[in-house]
Design a protein around this ligand. Structure first.
Ligand code: GLT
Ligand code: MN
Ligand code: MN
Length: 390
């Protein structure tokens, strides 16, 4: 029987080396799975099937202290593995958080030498990303933040971050790398407080940059949910601003540490409305599963985890189409949306005439306030579609 939900390369699903390569280490325990090198991870993704591409931090691929000849060998082996498994490199990023040098930030560090080193490390990582074929470059400021507000002036921190972005945009232009930058927010963890805690914070920063057209966002489901926010609404704002350059899909239970669960595993209804939003608005970028398997999983289960992320997306996409075409949903939506082009036009553009007409209009608050809004029925039908009821 053909599998209607099998992902294909056309779906543009990607995984980071650090996602399926996650060894199960956490702050309380050692790895539970053997460490995999980049070639083994790419082979694993090939075995998963239907994956479009792979993403990496500079040091996921090349260890921070590797020599030039070691780096060359790694790159050659990696390129062969990509070819063998028909995978592309889609996104690259910089590890500006693991090494102790970044313990108090990278671009926003209080130490000018660390700031310069962070910019230089990113330049080299951009060289590597461009060489491997990436055109999206993600910035996740893992250590950009503080524990005590006495340690940093947050206005100065913002201006340092802006300067780094401006310099690196110019570097990409100068080297003709054609990168689009995607900024990824997170409210906390690993810092007590992180700068630019939500996607909206970055959307507000972007117009203040030297090359705003080059810079967008990379929202992550779990990060917005950690801030107690509705992820779809953050994505909607990015879509409306034409700034959704990349997306990190995973899942998260409310009020917990950063869990990076399999996509759709915790809040299926929120995942459904997210997929529906992306599909309705024809998001065409990469869909990166920035998630990892449970610490208890072995290699075979890691493969199930990766397949599960993609399969859930594909099934939810099919359910979104079903929802859009569903008779009952359509009837309810017609009843809920009371449209009038004339009324909208009245306040759509200002004119003295429009203002006069509006001021003179008669409204019946009682009638408007008494209209039926069958949202219970709509939500129940949504849940039943999700449960597979035709
Ligand atoms: C890290 C983080 C992710 C970011 C990655 C990019 S690294 O795993 O938790 O959300 O997307 O730097
Ligand atoms: Mn995360
Ligand atoms: Mn992420």
């Amino acid at each position: 029987m053909p599998d209607d939900f099998a992902p294909t390369s056309k779906d543009k699903f990607t995984f980071g080396l650090w996602t399926v390569g996650n060894s199960g280490r956490d702050p309380f325990g050692m790895p539970t799975r053997p460490a995999l090198d980049p070639v083994q991870i790419v082979d694993l993704l090939g075995e998963v099937g239907g994956v479009h591409g792979v993403n990496f931090h500079d040091n996921d691929l090349i260890p921070i202290d590797a020599s030039k000849s070691e780096a060359d060998t790694i790159k050659q082996d990696f390129s062969k593995a990509l070819k063998r498994n028909k995978l592309q490199v889609c996104m690259a990023t910089t590890n500006l958080f693991t090494d102790a040098v970044f313990r108090d930030g990278a671009f926003t560090s209080n130490d000018a030498e660390v700031r310069a080193y962070a910019v230089r490390k990113t330049m080299r990582a951009m060289d590597l990303g461009a060489e491997m074929g990436a055109r999206i470059y993600v910035f996740w400021g893992g250590r950009e933040g503080c524990e005590t507000d006495g340690s940093k002036d947050p206005v100065l921190a913002e201006s340092r971050f802006r300067k780094a972005m401006n310099f690196l945009c110019d570097y990409s232009i100068d080297r003709k790398y054609d990168f689009r930058f995607a900024l990824e927010a997170k409210p906390n963890e690993p810092r007590g407080h992180m700068f630019f805690p939500t996607t909206a914070s970055y959307l507000a920063l972007i117009p203040t940059l030297k090359h705003p057209e080059m810079v967008g966002v990379n929202p992550e489901v779990a990060h917005e949910q950690m801030a107690g926010l509705n992820f779809s609404h953050a994505v909607a704002q990015a879509l409306a601003a034409e700034k959704l350059f990349h997306i990190d899909l995973n899942d998260q239970e409310p009020g917990r540490y950063d869990q990076d669960y399999r996509f759709g595993s915790s809040n299926l209804k929120a995942a459904f409305f997210l997929v529906k939003l992306l599909e309705d608005h024809k998001y065409d970028g990469f869909k990166h599963f920035d998630a990892h398997a449970y610490r208890s999983s072995d290699r075979a289960d890691v493969i199930e985890f990766a397949r599960g992320c993609m399969r859930t997306y594909v099934i939810l996409r099919q359910r979104a189409r079903q929802w859009n075409a569903d008779k009952q949903v359509r009837t309810l939506l017609r009843q809920i949306n009371q449209d009038s082009k004339d009324l909208d036009a009245l306040w759509g553009t200002f004119s003295k005439g429009h203002a006069e007409t509006l001021l003179g209009m008669q409204f019946s608050r009682e009638k408007m306030g008494g209209k039926a809004l069958p949202y219970e029925a709509l939500d129940q039908r949504t849940v039943e579609i999700l449960m597979g009821i035709d």
